[in-house]
Design a protein around this ligand. Sequence first.
Ligand SMILES: NC(=O)c1ccc[n+]([C@@H]2O[C@H](COP(=O)([O-])OP(=O)(O)OC[C@H]3O[C@@H](n4cnc5c(N)ncnc54)[C@H](O)[C@@H]3O)[C@@H](O)[C@H]2O)c1
Length: 417
Amino acid sequence: MAKYNPYDNMLSVLESAANLLELEKNDYEVLKYPERTLEVSIPITMDDGSIRVFVGYRVQHSSVRGPCKGGIRYHQNVDLDEVKAMAAWMSIKCAVVDVPYGGGKGGVTVDPTMLSKKELERLTRRYTSAIMPLIGPERDIPAPDLGTTAETMGWVMDTYSTLKGHVAAGVVTGKPLEIGGSLGRLEATGRGVLFTVQEVIKKQNLKPGETSIAVQGMGNVGGMTARLLYEDGFKIVAVSDVSGGIRSEEGLNIPEILDFIGKGGFLNEYEAENIVRLNNSELLATKCDILIPAALENQLTEKNAEYVQAKIIVEAANGPTSVEADEIFKRRGILVVPDILANAGGVVVSYFEWVQNLNSARWDLDRVNDTLQSKMVESFNAVYKMAQDKNTTLRMGAYALALERLVVSLSIRGIFP
Ligand SMILES: NC(=O)c1ccc[n+]([C@@H]2O[C@H](COP(=O)([O-])OP(=O)(O)OC[C@H]3O[C@@H](n4cnc5c(N)ncnc54)[C@H](O)[C@@H]3O)[C@@H](O)[C@H]2O)c1
């Protein structure tokens, strides 16, 4: 079997969305190619004095709607095709939520858990200096992704500012608050998922108190999503982490569970009355109204899609549903709210952070959250309408909406020279 190529997958989705919109080849040909691709070698001195050379990338897929935007991933599986595909997904995601950004992505092929903090800092600073020709507040603005954190973004910002000779907070988002990060950024993805769930239940005539939810993954996104939904009156009947899951018919005590996890606990050790233990496959097939995968990619596949009992799936993780599973859900009438819409709260608040940096301003938390809510509600309804108009899934509706916006910008700007 041919090796899965994420960039080919992106191209095939783009092609389907173009067909749905009845576009001419000329309308979107440009979007099949990343604008710029940079591969760099990153030599660093390890703590033991040896020298290792890592490979890194920065890809700018499209700047047609604004500066490129997208995270930096540190993971052992990073390769050029993955970074190219993720850069293109970012162009799509930014267009779905209508923020004035294009798409970019960066990555280093490294297992960050094998490096000391000092080694990671050296790696980050050298990588930043290597991608300097591409990044900048008006060009391309990185953010955290798998394996990188707010601290990593602080090192990127400091390296860029030092080499430029002036402070440039707007070169990255997802920074610590003390150096220009935004209030609400850490919770933004989970809060965006909450607003998405609130919209989708309105369409299905459900009420929070009558809606049961299962969440896979209790990290930054899953944990925050579960907390916010719980506070909004939803019944969270099951959650899981890497160690396994738990279920309670009456609903779980999410704040207590998050306190337990915050102290380093794993769910397979969590004790409470009336809970039943589940493994991770059982969690995905557990009885609920809404299933929220918020852990890893490729969790819902042709192997388990038939067993899913939820009526609605809201993708908080990136890429949790395989193409085959998507087809099964479509056939079974299970509504899937796609990742490029449901988890876009992170990039939306990154945009707010950048706006604050460019204006040397600070928004209060209510302004961040209220503006995020307007953006998410507006985007959800635009995607829903597109899906209805084209008689297609929300995923295809989201791609079509994004592609339509990209194509309009492309045609207005024209092709240089
Ligand atoms: N952090 C963000 O702002 C953000 C934004 C958009 C999308 N995402 C996506 O959301 C997903 C989760 O990101 P995160 O930042 O919360 O990561 P994280 O590392 O904070 O949390 C991941 C969680 O998943 C659990 N997990 C790992 N393997 C599992 C398994 N096999 N079964 C069940 N649970 C498992 C872990 O125990 C942990 O609770 C990723 O797909 C990420 O790309 C994150």
